[in-house]
Write a new protein. Structure first.
Length: 169
């Protein structure tokens, strides 16, 4: 008996040799795209966290306090502004300045070695409070990539305390 195409009985998809939509190759491509997107996303977020942008003191003053927003600010220590209540206390108050602007800052902790160097650039991380005080969480001191003495300033001289004067023979 012969059937016309409209009268043919239905057969299961797999029985006729037709393939499903998700073949092994398509599954691998989809998994690859998902993994690539995930690695791209994680790489982008890690890069954003690793890069550090900061404001200068004058930019921070112009921007004004932001409620609880963490920010980094760069400036130089105002000479004579550092104050620590007592030698037993780790809370310090000081001022930073740059481009004619100045802010008050408070920090509770040990300060880096080059903090008091007049040529150091100080970077503070913390929040700029509505009272105009920068509450510092972390302090960084940027070091110059090339050390040069200022014009008219003599280079650093040191005593050679490790040199021996006696003949080792």
């Amino acid at each position: 008996m012969q059937y016309t195409p409209a009268e043919q009985p239905a057969t299961p998809i797999g029985a006729t040799g037709a393939t499903s939509f998700l073949t092994k190759q398509r599954k691998l491509i989809i998994v690859g795209i998902v993994l690539l997107a995930a690695f791209g996303y994680f790489g982008f977020t890690a890069f954003q966290a690793a890069t550090s942008f900061y404001l200068t003191v004058d930019e921070l003053v112009a921007q004004g306090p932001a409620a609880g927003e963490s920010v980094k600010v760069k400036g130089a220590l105002v000479e004579g502004s550092f104050d620590r209540a007592s030698t037993e206390n780790t809370i310090a108050t000081f001022q930073l300045h740059e481009n004619g602007a100045q802010i008050d800052a408070t920090y509770d902790g040990v300060l880096p070695d080059l903090f008091f160097n007049p040529h150091s650039e100080i970077v503070l991380e913390g929040t700029y409070e509505p009272g105009g005080v920068f509450m510092t969480d972390r302090v960084f001191v940027k070091c110059a990539s090339k050390y040069q003495s200022l014009e008219g300033e003599a280079p650093y001289e040191y005593e050679d305390s490790y040199a021996t004067t006696a003949d080792p023979a």
